[in-house]
Design a protein around this ligand. Sequence first.
Ligand SMILES: C[S@@+](CC[C@H](N)C(=O)[O-])C[C@H]1O[C@@H](n2cnc3c(N)ncnc32)[C@H](O)[C@@H]1O
Length: 285
Amino acid sequence: MKRTQFTPEKSCLLAVALSGLIIGAFLFSNLIRSVDNISSFGLCSLASAKARAAADYDATPTQLQSILHYATSKIVPQQSLAEISVTFDVLKTRSPCNFLVFGLGFDSLMWTSLNPHGTTLFLEEDPKWVQTIVKKAPTLNAHTVQYRTQLQEADSLLKTYRSEPLCSPSKACLRGNYKCRLALSGLPDEVYDKEWDLIMIDAPRGYFPEAPGRMAAIFSAAVMARGRKGSGVTHVFLHDVNRRVEKMFAEEFLCRKYLVKAVGRLWHFEIPPAANVSQRDGWYC
Ligand SMILES: C[S@@+](CC[C@H](N)C(=O)[O-])C[C@H]1O[C@@H](n2cnc3c(N)ncnc32)[C@H](O)[C@@H]1O
């Protein structure tokens, strides 16, 4: 696949920065624990609260594995540090949370580590690639997904989806919705049964005509976000917005009015539940 060219210096810098992010989070949490130990010295009534807090701040096995991995690997994630930081900033306020990621790759261990004690689930099109990555990082939670679309159908899907009632904002659902081709209808139950606080769309592949393209992932993320029942918004991150199809489908389903940040090739949307939006002008935006 087409990959960004990294110079050894750049790769090294990004690996050091990633390790720094994870080690920094770990050290900061230990510092908080130490301060807490000193300030509450002798106050037995706080002992159980302290013990709970200490357990919350302990590094998870995945975080420790992640430090080792990124400190010793020459292969770094494709997103830049500035792009990764957009999602990291949201994770710092929402974690532990439910984080759904389209695509498995060299960034997966990092995303799981940045959401300690939360649920981070990866959806990947290529079963062999799942095996390759999970072999190296067995704690990752990944499922294989079959897409029913191809990149070359993007224009016609956008032109015709409004004629299928089960694609409409008032009727669209995902589980079992075979009629709307943009709906990811056959995902594992875990995906439908959870409410996702953050959704990262960095897959499937969308750079050759027969590739699945990101149309269905974008549509399905919009349906999940609009259906949110919990408080707050759903954060949706879309990578590769330099490409025509990603941009077109984002404009149609994720909506410019919900775009809150654009960094490099990443767009960040905050999508409110449809139930909270008073002005409904028919379709998604
Ligand atoms: C843009 S990539 C996602 C890359 C990921 N965000 C990362 O930083 O590694 C989208 C898809 O390309 C495929 N892919 C990525 N790297 C690959 C590799 N080295 N070999 C085979 N497939 C790969 C996977 O199917 C993945 O879901």
